[in-house]
Design a protein around this ligand. Structure first.
Ligand SMILES: [Zn+2]
Length: 304
């Protein structure tokens, strides 16, 4: 995800997702346990496609996670692979099924068709990705940020009442990208000096609005947003490497789903995960970890 176009696209999508969170609550009827699903995919014939206006030219595939809609059947394989890898990882890390959904990758799909797909019966999550010309040989749905953005939809489906704030949503999305061991200065190809320059204390980070809004409304520079995102993302790596227990994220998500705050979680569940018990202690440990090389100084957790 090093191309500037895609970095910008990530920020735009994240802003859209942040706004969407304030709209109608996501549908939720997911079961409480994660069951293995047998992967399958088959194209639906014209007569079996969802009854959605304007869907006729598109190809619809039924999968174990719901529908995948594409404008070219050649895309179906990699699009399904991206969704499948991400959703399996989400369920392992966050411990809760996301249910059936609709993932659409198409160019210039009419808005009415997009809207109807979003409301399609039986869908607990939906995301429409506007396809773009490839960068090099890579298509947009093969970049990390596609799984990142899908994760926002899955998080809303699995934990619709979670309102910890942008830091947790962005940390979650970073975890479902390709690597578990994200570093603050490597995730976005960011100059470490930017991270230092724009570093914000944890009590500010946990309470802050999506930093993209600061660019749009306050004229902050893009480097500020990237630095804050790097902080969000590095928190995920820190939680894993400090606790050595990937199930920590399920515990956090369930706590936030019940309306809890990070300070409460640290006090009540921190010891169970070998984590600090206050935000101040967390900040101290995290800053130590950021300064020292985490790869050299900390044992690595295995990816679940
Ligand atoms: Zn995001």
């Amino acid at each position: 995800m090093s191309h500037p176009l895609y970095r910008f696209a990530v920020l735009c999508f994240c802003l859209g997702m942040a706004a969407a969170r304030t709209q109608a609550a996501a549908q939720q009827s997911a079961r409480d346990t994660v069951a293995a699903r047998v992967p399958f995919e088959r194209e639906l014939s014209a007569g079996r496609k969802p009854n959605v206006p304007g869907l006729e030219p598109y190809r619809v595939f039924e999968t174990e996670w719901g529908w995948v809609v594409v404008d070219d059947s050649a895309k179906a394989g990699p699009v399904i692979a991206t969704m499948r890898a991400g959703i399996n990882r989400f369920e392992r890390i966050f411990g809760k099924p996301v249910g059936r959904g609709v993932f659409t990758v198409a160019k210039e799909m009419p808005q009415e068709t997009k809207d109807s797909l979003l409301k399609s019966a039986g869908s607990q999550w939906s995301w429409v990705l506007e396809d773009l010309p490839p960068v090099g040989k890579k298509r947009i749905y093969e970049f990390d940020f596609t799984r990142h953005e899908l994760t926002h939809s899955w998080m809303r489906a699995a934990y619709p009442n979670e309102k910890a704030g942008p830091w947790f949503d962005e940390m979650a999305a970073s975890l479902i990208q390709t690597r578990m061991d994200l570093n603050a200065d490597s995730l976005l190809g960011l100059d470490p000096n930017y991270v230092e320059k724009y570093f914000v204390p944890l009590d500010t980070l946990f309470a802050m609005d999506n930093p993209v809004n600061a660019v749009l409304n306050e004229g902050r520079e893009l480097a500020y947003v990237l630095a804050i995102y790097a902080q969000f993302c590095s928190m995920g790596d820190f939680f894993i490497q400090h606790s050595l227990d990937p199930t920590i994220f399920r515990s956090l998500a369930e706590h936030f789903e019940r309306g809890g705050q990070i300070a409460d979680w640290l006090r009540t569940s921190g010891p169970q995960y070998s984590m600090p018990t206050t935000v101040a202690e967390l900040e101290q440990e995290w800053r130590w970890w950021l300064v020292h090389n985490p790869k050299a100084d900390r044992p690595k957790a295995t990816t679940p």
